[in-house]
Design a protein around this ligand. Sequence first.
Ligand SMILES: Nc1nc2c(ncn2[C@@H]2O[C@H](COP(=O)(O)OP(=O)(O)O)[C@@H](O)[C@H]2O)c(=O)[nH]1
Ligand SMILES: [Mg+2]
Length: 383
Amino acid sequence: MESVLVTAVIPCLDEERTVGACVGKALESFKALGVAGEVVVVDNGSTDGTARVAAERGARVIHESVKGYGAALRTGIESARGQIIVMGDGDDSYDWSAIGPFVQKIQEGFDLVIGNRFKGGILPGAMPPLHRYLGNPVLSAITRLAFGVKVGDVHCGMRAFTREAFARMRMGTPGMEFATEMVANAAHHGLRIAEVPTRLYPDKRGRPPHLRTFRDGWRHLRFILTHAPDYLYLGPGALLLGSGLLLQLLLVRGPVELGGMYFGSHFLALGALLALVGFNVINLGVLAKAVMARRYPALSSRMLDLLTGRYTLEIGLIAGALMMLAGLVVDGAILAERLANPGAPMESTVHLAFFASTIVGLGLNVLFSSFLLAMVIHTRADD
Ligand SMILES: Nc1nc2c(ncn2[C@@H]2O[C@H](COP(=O)(O)OP(=O)(O)O)[C@@H](O)[C@H]2O)c(=O)[nH]1
Ligand SMILES: [Mg+2]
């Protein structure tokens, strides 16, 4: 049997009106490009004639019972026989006759090629204004920032990649967030990414799309937040911890009056709270980064190199114990003074005691989280 070079993968949920045209155009493309190709249609539980129409037009039809765009695509891609995979919707909104530039970019040596509909043109009625002017550009910008990639249209459904690149990306999400995950994982694994202008046509199926604006928008955002610990934890955590410590330091010697306003123990308590919460948020960020380092060995970050190279449980334990000790010494001194002068007003020492106790609390946190960090860093990655 002639070996297949390109596999077109089309995920379908009730697309009997359009899947035939997509399959036909993909097969024509293979002929025009002079490559051996196959079309795989993944039927995702359709109740219409999708599977029959696709098979009649010459596709190899496979079935995936787990619902979702990502689940369907993954199954289709894993069954592909070609070295190069082109994926795209079965609603005839992407032009399956125009896959040449995708295949070409792969042959030039790129691992992943993503269409860009903003560059290729969006025909009237092809994309709702809310997605075109708000949802997609905003989520694409956040994705670029969070993962350091240059991809203009992160949700574009027409893409190409090598089978090997797909294996390296280790995709796992079942829904529409698959599109974002692929961009993130490609970046984290250091794959070479290219873009090609792609035109988007109105789909021709005569019913609403499967994509649901808010449910799927949230799924993209959820994925980004979960996988961008610098932005989710480290930035906000540093801000909280910094402002909490600053507030405490300002008030450590007693109440302060600023511009006629009195800053007393209420603000002291707020400072302690901010510092503790901020520290815990940073703590989670460090753990999340350590988890990501296990998952994405190609990911480079100075913090990670430092952690994986130098960190030992003992360092964490000693740091935590020293912090606790420092706080306890101050607290002890305050207690001794109180015992010596039982009648002295509390106000003179409460500020310092608050600060010292906050440091004890932070030290305790360091102590306990050190164990989990050590476990994450020194456990072998499972693959
Ligand atoms: N949303 C969704 N799409 C699916 C599913 N299974 C297969 N698909 C196919 O995935 C493609 C993209 O879906 P579509 O509704 O066109 O989303 P949109 O192009 O992002 O608006 C279509 O070919 C669908 O038929 C599923 O369970 N959910
Ligand atoms: Mg579509």
